[in-house]
Design a protein around this ligand. Sequence first.
Ligand code: AHR
Length: 554
Amino acid sequence: MIRRRDFIRTSVACAGALVFARYSPSASAESSSAADSQIEVLLGEPLGIISPNIYGHFVENLSGVVYDGAWVGRNSKVPNVNGIRKELIDEMKKIKPPVVRFPGGCFADSYDWRDGVGPVDKRPRRTNFWDGGEITSAPNHHRYDPNQFGTNEFVQFCKLIGSQPYLAANVRSLPAEAFYRWVEYCNSPTGSTTLADLRAEAGYPDPFGVRYWGVGNEAWGCGGNFTPQEYATEFRRYTAWVPGYKQELSFVASGPNSFEWDWTRGFFEEIVRKGKGQLRSIFGWALHYYSWNLSRGRTQDWDQGKGDALKFDAIDLYELLREGDKMESLINGHWQVMGEIDSEHLVKLVIDEWGPWYRPGSGQTAENQLEQTPTLRDAVFSGMTLDIFNRHPDKVAMAASAQLINCLNSLYLAHEDKFCVTPVGHVFQMYSAHQGGQALRTIFSAPTVNYDRDGKPASFWGLKGSASLHDKELVLTVVNPHVSEARVTEIGVRGASIRSGTATTLTHSDIHAHNSFAGRNVVRPQTKDVEIKGKVLTCTIPPASVTKLSLTLA
Ligand code: AHR
């Protein structure tokens, strides 16, 4: 039974109607006396169309992500469609996944795509890039890649869930020729090349039509340990005269780690030494940013600085959000540096690895390297991050949470026949409503969160979110980071009035709440109609919550 205190804590309540153009956050005559916050959506200030690809995913051949996660095998007792976990397919269809990145990550620069095509019983076993991090009890297929899930299987997975494939090529350990052949295998017309015949023999006569290609991954590290200048030279060579087979090819260059401005500047300066026209060969600049340092400024050590996914206090929640909120300054900062050379901004940002990264040990399946169990805190983090992307539709063309299943910031956890949707998965379902919408500038005004950061005062914003318009339908998502205070919020739309709507909220009375195989529905969204009466739409946004308002405008 839900207690009254918990009900108030976990339930969004909205009432009232906002007559448009009469709303003013400062007009006290129209304000509810209890309100402490305002949100104003500006219909007249469009920011650009939100690319559906911002809601992308990442599947790396890493520990339990592919084997036991997405792939259970054709002969498995676990319900599957040609070897792919059926429950995953069914759940993913609900979130409108636009694009999936594969096979890595660091794995990509050790992978030979040719090992993963042709008859399945003849495919070689290879040492997985992640072998060194596997624990003793890890299953063999985590250490030694059986190559049962290769290009054909991945592309079928994408087709089943309605996604586009985004393949990452190996730049560190394979020549450019292998990259061209992979494009040929995927895209050359039926009967045209030996590789098209090989594809047809496997049962896929029609070209896969793969548009998105990553040219390596983290070229500053596991992707070749290059300088930005060296990598720019490699990028030019790998992407020069790649046969397209009438399929538009969009190349993503390996961009910076977090705040490495010099990587961005160095690459762009070098790439245009052959002329500014080179910029036209780059679709996206991949930025990777993980939020991992919860040491409150005590250390920069990658292992020492991490926090725990399940054991944390309110300050850890705020600190994680502060780390994640830096995404906005990263987008603005790298965009500015790119603009020093790419003044027309032909190249867009592709944030194809993002999410919190905790210390090991919180996964549902102990043998899965890098698996962590997402809580309500991670749902709030993910809502905040997706809102940041929505606010920059002119800059961010594509993104991918790392990673889809059985890993960091995962939407799903699975082991054998067990499966659950995490709070992060629910956020993706809620936010899918933003895809393809016209982003609108929105003003949020709320009391800040104030807390004690080891004896020093610290603060964080009180409410933030994003808005998008789809004809007469407005989608407004709002994050309340405060762990104990609800925000009574007046919501206005400058330029229209609100006819009707619903409010969907994801929250829980416990910030540590999470879903697991035994408790699949501990954290799940609740939807209610918005009551329209009077002149002001006032919503109580619960603490530690993510809310989506779907409003029909008149
Ligand atoms: O997502 C895990 C790893 O993090 C990826 O393989 C790599 O690109 C990044 O460093």
